[in-house]
Design a binder for this molecule. Structure first.
Ligand SMILES: Cc1ncc(COP(=O)(O)O)c(C=O)c1O
Length: 496
């Protein structure tokens, strides 16, 4: 036994670990007397008090027992199992994992994203006014004057925030719900995971839009749903074509009617009504992911499906993570009356509740009007940034990456020339420190023209301009045809 002075592990921990290991491997068998603390201290060059503390610790852990007047002895421990004759060939016992784990093996958590690279999705602008009010509300929440509950709270969320969310959704999204139907979540992802747990058994059919939000697809797959891609047309999820080919009806449909992810179209009212009537008649759950409707021009958004649903078939999911900043991890689900309690019970099992501190800050942020003002500022800023992006691309990458003016939001699709591989394009751009998501990576079964999903909200115009220059250079390197003049020449040539 020796102590490594150069090691970052403190000597006391080294000694304790060496003793534990010698005892559990049988090198110090049961009943053997340890050298006295004085001898050990002298041999190892340690203070005697250090050695005594280690011996007391190992006594507490049950490795050794003290005998009055005679020192410390190795405790009687169960004998180690006999080693197989040929250890190398003996099979290790199986490390059994669940079926769920087998599904997860194919999935990888994305690496943490540091500072944003244009055009990474989901980044939000954190402006000075937001920071000032958020900081003030946070310090108030932590002061004695707040109503922050310091003990466990309601799994469904703090009543004041549930009321604020119900009022906000009624006014902004045409939702019809009582606060009792609102359950706070840690974001849409958790809301969908809980809905899947509550509504699906393994093997149940679930329809997802094609193309689809990747996390939604993965969550439903991990729930062992039988996933059926439903094509979208210019009005979003196409129920009629899905019904024509897909029998029987699914248990659940995941949809983004306010702004199809990622193609961006809005489902018109007649189609919404038809979807709800069908769901009520056949008994299908509709999970409505109403992400980022708030950033559409005001007065142009249709009311959420939830507000039109008279049969209690819609589970509505929304998130503050998109509206404020993604790492906030606070969202909400609005449930049919009879699902609110089971949903809260499932929520409680997973992680008990959302952070009470965040809920307290968020409640004041909404109730005192900061939320509405923040959304108004961001709506204008994001619209301006979308304009910047379209302008930059049309000046520098015309004919190579075309963004058609769409409804607003947090991202746009840049369409590549037909025949290009969007995966290869994204790879070439990534090498130039430009982040994009190839549309084909979100596509399940219905082929689409090649495109790149570009987020513009958290990136300054200057950063976007520099990124577009790098994109132009990267395309030029890859294809030799990305300069504007060359393209124009090529287009002239083609039209001639
Ligand atoms: C379609 C869609 N829904 C929801 C979310 C937000 O989910 P969360 O609240 O878990 O961050 C995103 C974010 O990328 C999204 O693209």
């Amino acid at each position: 036994m020796s102590i490594d002075r150069a090691s970052p592990t403190p000597p006391s921990r080294q000694l304790a670990e060496a003793l534990r290991q010698s005892i559990s491997e049988g090198r110090l068998p049961s009943g053997v007397r340890l050298p006295s603390s004085r001898v050990l201290a002298a041999e190892l060059g340690l203070a005697r008090s250090t050695v005594v503390t280690v011996l007391e610790q190992l006594t507490t852990e049950g490795f050794i027992v003290p005998r009055r007047g005679s020192g410390y002895f190795v405790a009687p421990l169960p004998p180690a199992a006999p080693k197989p004759a040929n250890e190398a060939t003996a099979a290790a016992p199986p490390r059994l994992l669940s079926r769920h784990a087998a599904l997860l093996r194919e999935l990888r958590p994305p690496p943490p994203r540091g500072s944003p690279r244009p055009f990474e999705l989901g980044y939000a602008e954190i402006d000075g006014r937001f920071m000032t009010s958020w900081k003030r509300l946070a310090s108030r929440a932590l002061s004695g004057r707040s109503r922050l509950p310091w003990f466990y709270g309601d799994a469904s969320g703090e009543p004041a925030l549930r009321r604020a969310v119900a009022d906000y959704l009624a006014a902004a999204r045409g939702a019809r719900c009582r606060p009792e139907q609102v359950v706070l979540t840690n974001g849409t992802q958790q809301g969908l995971s809980l809905a899947a747990r509550l509504l699906l058994d393994p093997g149940d059919a679930a329809w997802v839009e094609d193309p689809c939000y990747r996390s939604a697809y993965d969550i439903l797959r991990a729930a062992e749903a039988r996933l059926m891609p439903v094509p979208v047309d210019e009005h979003g999820l196409d129920l009629a074509s899905a019904q024509a080919v897909r029998n029987p009806a699914p248990r659940l449909v995941y949809t983004t009617p306010s702004r199809q992810y990622p193609l961006g179209m809005t489902m018109p009212l007649p189609r919404r009504i038809a979807l709800l009537e069908w769901a009520a008649r056949v008994g299908v759950w509709i999970v409505e992911d109403d992400y980022e409707s708030e950033f559409q021009p005001q007065g142009r958004t249709l009311p959420a499906l939830q507000g039109l649903d008279r049969a209690g078939r819609v589970i509505y999911l929304g998130t503050f993570s998109k509206l404020l900043f993604p790492s906030l991890r606070l969202g909400y689900a609005v449930l049919p009356e009879d699902l609110a309690e089971p949903f809260a019970a499932a929520r409680h099992l997973v992680d008990r509740q959302s952070s009470a501190l965040l809920q307290t800050i968020m409640t004041d942020f909404i109730v005192e009007g900061h939320f509405a003002r923040h959304l108004k500022r961001m709506r204008a800023l994001y619209a301006e940034r979308q304009g910047w992006l379209i302008d930059l691309l049309s000046r520098r990458l015309k004919g190579v990456l075309e963004v058609r003016p769409t409804e607003r939001g947090m991202y746009a699709i840049g369409w590549l020339p037909r025949g290009w591989s969007d995966v290869a394009a994204a790879r070439a751009l990534a090498a130039a420190d430009v982040a994009t998501v190839p549309l084909s990576s979100l596509t399940l079964a219905t082929p689409r023209p090649p495109g790149l999903v570009l987020g513009y909200t958290g990136h300054s115009p200057a950063a976007m301009a520099r990124a577009v220059e790098r994109m132009a250079a990267a395309f030029e390197r890859e294809t030799g045809l990305a300069t504007r003049q060359e393209l124009e020449l090529r287009q002239d040539h083609l039209s001639a």
